[in-house]
Design a protein around this ligand. Sequence first.
Ligand SMILES: Nc1ncnc2c1ncn2[C@@H]1O[C@H](COP(=O)(O)OP(=O)(O)O)[C@@H](O)[C@H]1O
Ligand SMILES: [Mg+2]
Length: 254
Amino acid sequence: MSSYNSEYAVGVNNITKVFRRLSSHTTLKRAFIDAVTFNKNKQVKMLKFTALKDVSFNIKKGETFGIIGPNGAGKSTLLKILCGIMRPTSGKVAINGSLSALLELGTGFHPELTGRENILINGLILGLSKKEIESKYDEIIEFSGIKDFIDEPIKTYSSGMAVRLSFSVAVNVNPDILILDEVLAVGDAEFQAKSKKRIEEYINSGKTVLLVSHDKTAILNYCSEALLLYKGTVLTRGKTEDVVGRYEEIEKVK
Ligand SMILES: Nc1ncnc2c1ncn2[C@@H]1O[C@H](COP(=O)(O)OP(=O)(O)O)[C@@H](O)[C@H]1O
Ligand SMILES: [Mg+2]
């Protein structure tokens, strides 16, 4: 990749993501009939929505980088592409190192399986061996604070418990790059303090952290550099204070 070298942990090059969905006037039945009858005068209308438009940026190794933007800006879509959960319509992503992500609530857990089984699956997805995961079970379970429920199916967990477990997996697998999507405000005060401490350890140990939020406080607290995503485009990138300043201007106009 031309604009990418080992100085960078993450390289995002001209990413565009177009979602297609049926228009609200189109019923599934209509779409099905048109499809099976090869109807030339299709009544089915597909709406296109461009969630990301030509997004490019790099994150240096060891940097704590923030992505800020209002709801619907495309932040979570971008993260899903970085993690390989979703393919971009065009553009390229380069990741240099192991990556672990705590995405929005519910992504990545299987409700029918137990907490312990989900730890295993998540660990395997993150590229760890079964042995490596087993050696981390105790630490992950201890950190999550839900030891008594670890052999119960996830569907019996409260959303708070599920988030605590996924946070615990994400930080304890010790990745080179940690991605956190709108997660710093989860759990009770005690869990938040514990999470903050763990993230700070991460940052101080020279790992790369990508923090994504619509909330200015977390981004200002942790990140030296940030970018502002707005309606799928990068409006500005630079020092966090400047980027947050621009975000505040946009909020006023809305
Ligand atoms: N799977 C999908 N299909 C269609 N539209 C989607 C899909 N995922 C997200 N979108 C749309 O893309 C836009 C960006 O969403 P998202 O990335 O979740 O924003 P953010 O995380 O910044 O709030 C929203 O308008 C959302 O409705
Ligand atoms: Mg989001």
